[in-house]
Write a protein that binds this ligand. Structure first.
Ligand code: SFD
Ligand code: AMP
Length: 663
């Protein structure tokens, strides 16, 4: 009988691992994850793999509703279109991420992303169209409704289902395999060939079963990391965060653990969101042209004090579009001065729309109809992608045309595809315009042979969003297929036996069974710690010492040392994590990944002696943003780290930023 989400009392007397079967499988290529990037890879890979090749995709959840797009989205945030070029896109991302980006990777995404958007529409995703081109697809000259310069509006409640269906069809067409509800725990290096990937191991979240996969190559795209920092919500609301609670840092932890070089792991993303419901703000800022006010009702961004604040961070602060982190910085500046809360002035935005329509001669009847349409767009923005926010508005009796809503920066998340930039250090395209130190043969391959990534996994190239992540998955898949062809004679060999791997994966279950009778309360036991409590401890340390929201995102070298010390003990205690069922086993492994990512984050925060992303975090001991390059002894450079899988030691390094696209 399988371990269920509740303890299976019959099995408790004796934890018998012989009852847990191990399935050993061999593939040419694996796609680990089932989100936007993985779906892109699944769609693309069959076109490039050798005939008869074996490929599998593995998702911890059900692809149809997994990952960040699970709830749906109301906009595609990266679309180049006719009015922009990939070079313009690079400039936008460079500005938003304070100059330190991999322009080769961004340009590559920019020149491919629209093809993914065209496919989404072909597969059935409804894209809003401008008046006069309704009913026409993009390929037929249809003009999308822009939210902002790069974002286009969609009816996206079923976005992920549509993209997943195309991915599954592509896998099926080629006879490739799909494993859903299999959580990958760790990657495995080859026993003979140094620094080369050979496999991955995981477990089913529905039955007692362990999977050991061998593969010549793999793309790991398991999203970013949530619940490392304490969220704003408490207890019953704690399942509510902005970032999906099921992306637990697996990409970063698993890739780093086998020695993949990481970059900008200090760059967390702290989005500004509607308070408590985490509703998105982009549509309000860009489509509905709303302003934000402070608690005094002032449009603070126009104040002299705020202008001066931004000038400190020129040229980014004084750019035409203020970078995301600096928009947060201004909010925090106001809040710290006691001029909070920050509010989205929804009534004024709506009134402006209606006044404009009236000024253009709309009569009362038409105006009423227009308002109904506007009202439904306003609500749909949330219902399409953050339906909890619509629920919150309804339950708090908020009519947005009457009452403004509070917005504020959330808890920090680690990700590389939204307005954040942490992730693996990857090879760029193998083309002559790409600097030599940015490429090592296979596009989007990490520094471990045969290990690729995409989407949130790729560092220093944010702002790809759902469409860019899909496009990047496709690029990685094509590149991975070439790697498989070039290494067709390679036979992956694992260092560990299947039984050793099973014992390691199921250890939290054994710990539970061996100790559960030594307590009257299942959650509290001197011999073990449950995943829930361990996560709470992690979040507390990170929040208090590593720049969480309770400290206005401020940390220092001293505080980071304390955080590191706490993590050391937490890591020791994590050996005693106990899982009473498969659900808790999943939670336990998510925590192992989280702790590793947190450790990496702290090292990077400590290493970079400046505050590069004010509004995302501050080093109180180094409050400035440096303009000097690493050659001049400064911090205008990438900060990279590498974990040695043999010794467990980390090495930190600085890497040069090449400006490829001129201003
Ligand atoms: O409102 C394992 N994003 C938005 N993009 C847009 O284009 N428009 C929007 O409107 C967007 N908005 C938004 C966005 C993200 C989030 C979190 C919210 C709102 C609330 C960004 C995109 O969603 C994002 O860029 C992409 O989804 C990134 O793609 P990818 O593939 O890197 O990550 P994923 O889609 O989350 O998928 C992760 C997958 O990994 C699986 N997984 N599988 C096996 N083993 C493990 N150990 C695993 N761990 C995780 C997951 O199940 C999932 O399949 S807005 O902010 O602007
Ligand atoms: P969000 O809803 O905050 O995730 O934003 C959606 C998109 O709009 C992203 O591409 C953001 O970078 C962009 N965006 C959000 N707010 C602003 C703003 N005030 N100015 C410019 N771009 C914004």
């Amino acid at each position: 009988m399988a371990l269920r989400n509740k303890p299976t009392w019959e099995l408790l007397a004796e934890p018998d691992l012989s009852k847990v079967p191990v399935e050993e499988l061999e593939y040419d290529a694996l796609i680990i994850g089932g989100g936007m990037a993985a779906c892109g890879a699944a769609f693309e890979i069959g076109k490039w793999m050798p005939d008869g090749a074996k490929v599998a995709m593995i998702d911890k959840a059900a692809v149809e509703r997994s990952g960040a797009v699970a709830m749906g989205l109301s906009a595609i945030n990266t679309y180049i279109g006719d009015e922009n070029t990939p070079a313009d896109y690079v400039k936008m991302v460079r500005n938003d991420l304070m100059g330190i980006v991999r322009e080769d990777l961004i340009f590559d995404t920019g020149r491919h992303v629209d093809d993914s958007v065209i496919h989404f529409e072909k597969w059935g995703l409804p894209l809003w169209k401008q008046k006069g081109s309704e009913g026409k697809k993009l390929t037929e000259g249809g003009k999308p409704v822009h939210e902002g310069r790069w974002q286009i509006m969609i009816n996206g409640e079923s976005y992920k289902c549509i993209v997943a269906e195309a991915a599954k069809n592509a896998l099926e067409e080629k006879g490739y395999d799909l494993y859903e509800r299999v959580f990958i725990v760790k990657l495995l290096l080859d026993a003979n060939k140094p620094n080369t990937i050979a496999g991955a191991v995981g477990f089913s979240t529905r039955e007692n079963k362990v999977y050991v996969f061998k593969a010549k190559a793999m793309m790991v795209a398991c999203g970013g990391a949530v619940n490392i920092f304490r969220p704003h919500s408490t207890d019953e609301g704690k399942g509510r965060c902005w970032y999906p609670v099921w992306n637990a840092g697996s990409t970063y932890a698993m890739c780093a653990q086998v020695g993949a070089e990481m970059t900008l792991m200090e760059n967390r993303f702290t989005p500004s969101r509607y308070k408590d419901g985490y509703g998105p703000v982009g549509a309000w800022f860009l489509l509905f042209k709303s302003n934000v006010t402070n608690g005094l009702g002032e449009e603070y961004v126009k104040s002299e004090a705020c202008k001066k604040e931004l000038e400190k961070y020129a040229p980014y602060g004084t750019a035409e579009v203020t970078p995301t982190c600096l928009r947060n910085h201004l909010m925090l500046f106001e809040m710290k001065a006691g001029r909070g809360p920050i509010q989205m002035d929804t009534p004024k935005a709506i009134k402006n729309f209606l006044d404009d329509a009236k000024a253009q001669g709309m009569d009362d009847k038409a105006l009423k109809k227009y308002w109904k349409q506007l009202e439904s767009e306003v609500w749909e923005d949330f219902l399409d992608m953050t339906c909890g926010q619509a629920g919150l508005w309804a339950s708090m009796n908020i009519a947005p045309e009457e009452r403004p809503s509070e917005i504020m920066p959330t808890e920090p998340y680690m990700l590389g595809s939204h307005a954040g930039a942490c992730g693996c250090w990857c090879s760029g395209p193998n083309e002559d315009w790409v600097p030599d130190d940015y490429k090592w043969g296979y596009n989007l391959m990490t520094t471990v042979n045969g290990l690729f990534t995409a989407g949130d996994g790729v560092g220093a190239s944010g702002h790809k969003f759902s469409s860019g992540s899909h496009a990047e998955g496709r690029i990685a898949a094509k590149s991975m297929a070439r790697y498989v062809r070039d290494n067709k004679d390679f036979t992956p060999t694992l260092k560990q036996t299947a039984e050793e791997l099973k014992a390691e994966i199921y250890k939290p279950v054994v710990t539970y069974y061996e100790n559960h009778e030594k307590t009257t309360d299942d959650m509290v036991n001197p011999n073990y710690i449950k995943p829930r409590h361990l996560m709470e401890r992690l979040m507390k340390y990170m929040d208090e010492y590593a720049g969480g929201w309770t400290n206005y995102y401020t940390t220092s070298g001293k505080l980071l040392d304390i955080a590191a010390q706490h993590l050391k003990y937490l890591k020791e205690d994590s050996e005693k994590m106990a899982a009473s069922g498969l659900h808790e086993l999943l939670r336990a492994w998510e925590n192992y990944h989280r702790i590793f990512v947190a450790e990496n984050h702290i090292q990077h925060l400590k290493f970079r002696e400046e505050s590069r992303y004010p509004g995302f975090y501050y080093r109180a001991d180094f409050p400035q943003t440096d303009v000097k390059t690493e050659e001049e002894g400064g911090w205008f450079c990438f900060s990279n780290s590498k974990y040695d899988p043999e010794t467990g030691e980390w090495t930190m390094m600085k890497k040069h930023v090449h400006k490829i696209i001129p201003d």
